[in-house]
Design a protein around this ligand. Structure first.
Ligand code: TMP
Length: 240
């Protein structure tokens, strides 16, 4: 990145990240805070150094995905807590991939957490905090014009391929990638993987100890939050 980009006005504030305009109209700064929330904002707190850890983790994973040929919004990491990203229009559909039973799937299907799944499960959720992000399907997505059929075909195909790559990446770190959420956006270049990939939006279980290495520690009051985020950062950054 040769161009120097300066931070401008705030354009959006989410639960854990803030988006700022920049001096380049095609780029935004995604600022990672230490704020943590769960259960659709009912539980709130902070986790020391989480913003810097999640930015380091996400930036590293996006850069590796780009090397593999996946198209993402990632441009650069100008500071510990800032990610320079391409401006996209976020598609209001959260894509959840599941490799092992946990969380809401365990409740929905009446299965124990940790039960194996014979093939990856892909689910869609409507990104709407007021509605509590309800689960939807491709029929809802096209009926309510949330995204075009063509873009959803691209997203679905990309999501399964990203999953294959991420599962083997985490496997090398001794981590089971149980489930996680992806978001995509539309830019003049087409569909790009956006948002973040971090322990905030993933379930990551240590293969040896079974320890939860993700935001479930906050949701379930398991303690050792800062330590675990820092350890995940160090493990993830050890592979390039
Ligand atoms: P769930 O078991 O609560 O449905 O979540 C599945 C995974 O997706 C889990 O790793 C958390 C992540 N996720 C988010 O981070 N944000 C969301 O809004 C949703 C629906 C899931």
């Amino acid at each position: 990145m040769t161009e120097t980009v300066t931070r401008g006005e705030q354009v959006h504030e989410g639960k854990a990240k803030i988006l700022y305009a920049t001096s380049n109209p095609d780029l935004l700064i995604q600022y990672f805070t230490d704020n943590a929330s769960a259960f659709n904002g009912l539980k709130k707190g902070t986790i020391g150094n989480k913003g810097a850890c999640n930015n380091a983790i996400s930036s590293h994973i996006f850069a590796l995905l780009e090397k593999e040929g996946f198209r993402t919004h990632f441009v650069d990491r100008p500071s510990e807590t800032e990610m320079l990203v391409k401006k996209v229009e976020i598609i209001p559909v959260e894509v959840v991939l599941r490799n092992v039973v946990a969380g809401s799937l365990s409740k929905r299907m009446g299965l124990d957490e940790g039960a194996p799944i014979k093939q990856t499960v892909l689910e869609y959720y409507y990104k709407d905090d007021d509605l509590g992000d309800p689960m939807i399907n491709r029929s809802h997505i096209s009926a309510f014009d949330l995204a075009s059929v063509e873009n959803m075909d691209i997203i679905e195909e990309q999501a399964y391929r990203i999953n294959d790559w991420l599962v083997s990446f985490f496997d090398r770190l001794g981590i089971t990638l149980v489930d996680y959420k992806l978001e995509f956006g539309i830019s003049p270049e087409g569909v790009l993987l956006a948002d973040e990939i971090s322990p905030d939006g993933c379930r990551l279980w240590d293969k040896k100890t079974g320890e939860k290495m993700d935001k479930d520690r906050f949701r379930r009051d398991l303690g050792r939050l800062e330590e675990v985020y820092t350890e995940m950062r160090d493990r993830i950054l050890s592979i390039s």
